[in-house]
Design a protein around this ligand. Structure first.
Ligand code: PHE
Length: 459
């Protein structure tokens, strides 16, 4: 299963002796760790329930297969081909004109991590409270008190310190080792919770609310736009995270198989999280709180439910927020790694200095979100929605039309016969389907982002 690592460095353009993942599973789990995060548990269940239940899930699966997997293959190919971080990789394969796209990736990673860490801080805090004082009897007021201001700042900083600590250590000893321990833990917790939730009274109503198919919702372009943005965000696409991880891959792995594995695992965890969230909320009759906001579902209704369950609720709640924090940390690692690896490559800086320096800057930028959740929402919309879609568009155009290497040959390297047969289809999607579809969605995302910016500064 494991392959020799760092023994050879086949890429001519890369810095000497680039550290590689030690094992195939190390890479896959790190990439799944990047994908599985707050997006799966915080956003997916809510967006799905609101967007048409099972009908949404079907469309979402189609989007992952037709847009997500091909785009992930683009990123993986570029990363593995060059063994460089995003800016260098795009320069290497496309020339200077593509450097701005790499810079956009780094900026997006920087911005997403700045607020992502604030939300992750909330989850850490809830996990700690489950152990120490239990969940608050008035979860709405409690969330109001801890989600912004000094309380939020401490936990945000604590989370950033953890993230920096792992990235600083390096690819094998930091990122890979963390993923190998944390990801199986997360899978077990989520699976266990889903089984437990099945036994709750009211589980059936919860499933019905989550999955009741409503095809009318799918005629709404906003729902489709949200589904696509959710797919990109959840798969960590459009900002070079997968590209960066693939740059630590040795040459002979089957990228096709890996893209499918990563995407499937990401979807499975998101789907399973919904199977936990809704039965719990319906068992306690807290459904009214769900429809208000995404944050409401996760950080208000759920703690409320755990509190109402008494002692067992504390255990279950601890496990739930622990899983969330674990998902968040492995995603945060990949966000910081995009920024760090670019600084290492572009400025020939030592990893430790780059990780600490950039981590501190991101932590400082995150203070704006920690002090004001309106800022958090705005940065999420601009970076997490708009920039990712722009990045995804740029990436598909680049790989489909401008890359100087033979994409088909690169994908075929190490691929099994079955996958070789679908490579022409993948290339067709990348050239002819992804750019127009993403551009169409971008149009709406831009309008929504501008409106949000206007609201923010107007009020
Ligand atoms: N995919 C992560 C999640 O679902 C978020 C993320 C986005 C991580 C982009 C890295 C890059 O929570």
């Amino acid at each position: 299963m494991s392959q020799p690592s760092s023994s050879s460095n086949p890429s001519p353009g890369a810095a000497p002796a680039r550290e590689l993942f030690g094992t195939k599973w190390g890479f896959v789990l790190a990439a799944v760790g990047s994908a599985v995060g707050l997006g799966n548990m915080w956003r997916f269940s809510y967006v799905a329930a609101e967007g048409g239940g099972a009908a949404f899930v079907v469309v979402y699966i189609a989007m992952i297969a037709l847009l997500g997997v091909p785009l992930m293959l683009c990123e993986l190919t570029v990363g593995r081909r060059t063994h460089l971080s995003p800016i260098g990789a795009l320069r290497n394969l496309g020339g200077r004109a593509w450097v701005p796209l790499g810079v956009l990736f780094v900026v997006t990673g920087f911005l997403i991590l700045s607020y992502y860490s604030v939300i992750a801080g909330w989850t850490l805090r809830y996990a700690a409270e489950a152990v120490t004082v239990g969940f608050a009897p008035d979860p709405g007021a409690h969330f109001g008190a801890i989600s912004q201001g000094a309380a939020a700042v401490y936990w945000h900083l604590a989370f950033m310190v953890l993230t920096i600590g792992i990235v600083m250590v390096g690819v094998q000893k930091g990122i890979e080792r963390a993923a190998m321990i944390l990801m199986p833990t997360l899978f077990l917790i989520v699976l266990g919770l889903a089984v437990w939730a099945f036994t709750l009274e009211g589980a059936a109503e919860g499933y019905a609310f989550y999955l009741m198919p409503d095809f009318n919702e799918l005629l709404d372009p906003t729902v489709l736009r949200q589904a696509m943005a959710q797919a990109f965000f959840s798969l960590s696409l459009g900002m070079g995270a997968m590209l960066t991880f693939a740059s630590y891959l040795s040459r002979d792995t089957d990228l096709n198989q890996e893209a499918v594995t990563i995407s499937f695992a990401d979807f499975a965890v998101a789907f399973a999280a919904g199977l936990v969230v809704f039965p719990v909320i319906f068992a306690l009759g807290l459904q009214d709180q769900v429809s208000e906001s995404t944050v409401g579902a996760l950080f208000i209704a759920l703690p409320g439910a755990f509190e109402a369950m008494g002692g067992p609720g504390r255990v279950v709640g601890l496990l739930f927020f622990l899983a969330l924090a674990v998902g968040a940390i492995t995603s945060a690692i990949s966000l910081l790694e995009v920024v760090t690896s670019s600084i290492i490559d572009e400025f020939k800086m030592a990893r430790k200095n780059a990780a600490i320096g950039m981590g501190v800057l991101i932590a400082l930028a995150g203070l704006f979100s920690a002090f004001n959740t309106d800022v958090l929402g705005l940065v999420d919309q601009v970076a997490g929605d708009l920039f990712l879609v722009i990045g995804a568009l740029g990436m598909s155009i680049f790989v489909g039309w401008f890359m100087k290497e033979d994409t088909a040959a690169e994908l075929a390297r190490g691929a099994g016969e079955g996958f070789k047969a679908v490579i022409p289809t993948v290339l067709f999607l990348v050239r002819w389907v992804l750019p127009p579809v993403i551009a169409f969605v971008l149009w709406f995302a831009m309008g929504d982002a501008l409106a949000a910016i206007g609201d923010f500064f107007g009020s």
